[in-house]
Design a protein around this ligand. Structure first.
Ligand code: 5RP
Length: 222
């Protein structure tokens, strides 16, 4: 199977998992990226049943609306029943690296506001140790050089993601050569640097379920 076929298969499995929440009238949190896009496209079938969705990016909001799916503001939604999103890496504890699409801050907010976080990914995303994928860090623009120096002191190699402005008007530093042995501690330490909005480690609030597309079918890890 191709990577896209694996992504589509996990998106379909996630649809089955969120159906009860849809029919219970829960608001559904929607992630960002190519795997989340497959989920959005499959969700279109339920446009008339869904009470509302909260999107983790402008791009996902636009895609949802293009299918006629209602998108509301998180501030008007209360606690979300379920959040479905992809990841750049996951370990077996369902701690993640996210933010390859620069949507990490809104993704982290929507995940925090959700009762259940279902992560959908193809099998290439499951790793023993997080960090081969460069860790995205969203930074207030004026703090870019200062934060980069602090990340260097922590042992990483931060690289400015040229030409990218987040939905929140900030910039992204991608931290290379940074194998992460203690994800929760690293998440806290980077977030404590002044000027950092958040980093792409989802370890303090990991996923609750990982649906992994493999050539032998969808594997569920909890
Ligand atoms: C966007 C993300 C995405 O979930 C992550 O980059 C995975 O993307 P894809 O499903 O395209 O592989 O965190 O900020």
């Amino acid at each position: 199977m191709t990577q896209d076929e694996l992504k589509k298969a996990v998106a379909a499995a996630a649809i089955e998992m969120v159906k009860p929440a849809i029919f219970d009238g829960e608001i559904i949190g929607i992630g960002t990226g190519s795997t989340a896009n497959f989920f959005i496209d499959l969700l279109a079938e339920f446009r008339d049943d869904i009470k509302g969705t909260v999107a983790s990016s402008e791009a996902s909001a636009q895609r949802l609306r293009s299918h006629g799916i209602e998108v509301i503001e998180l501030n008007d939604a209360g606690t979300l029943g379920v959040y479905v999103d992809g990841a750049d890496e996951s370990n077996s504890h369902l701690e993640l690296i996210k933010g390859g699409g620069a949507a990490l801050t809104r993704e982290k907010i929507v995940a925090a506001a959700s009762k259940k976080f279902i992560c959908i990914a193809d099998e290439s995303k499951l790793v023993d140790q997080l960090g081969a994928f460069p860790l995205p860090v969203e930074v207030i623009p004026m703090a870019r050089s200062y934060v980069a120096r602090e990340l260097l002191k922590m042992g990483g190699n931060p690289v400015y993601r040229e030409g990218v402005v987040t939905d929140n008007g900030n910039i992204i530093l991608d931290v290379y050569d940074f194998m992460i042995a203690t994800p929760q501690k690293t998440e806290e330490e980077i977030n404590a640097i002044v000027g950092v909005v958040t980093n792409g480690l989802f370890a303090l609030r990991p996923a609750d379920v990982l649906l992994l597309g493999t050539s032998n079918g969808v594997r569920e890890i909890t």
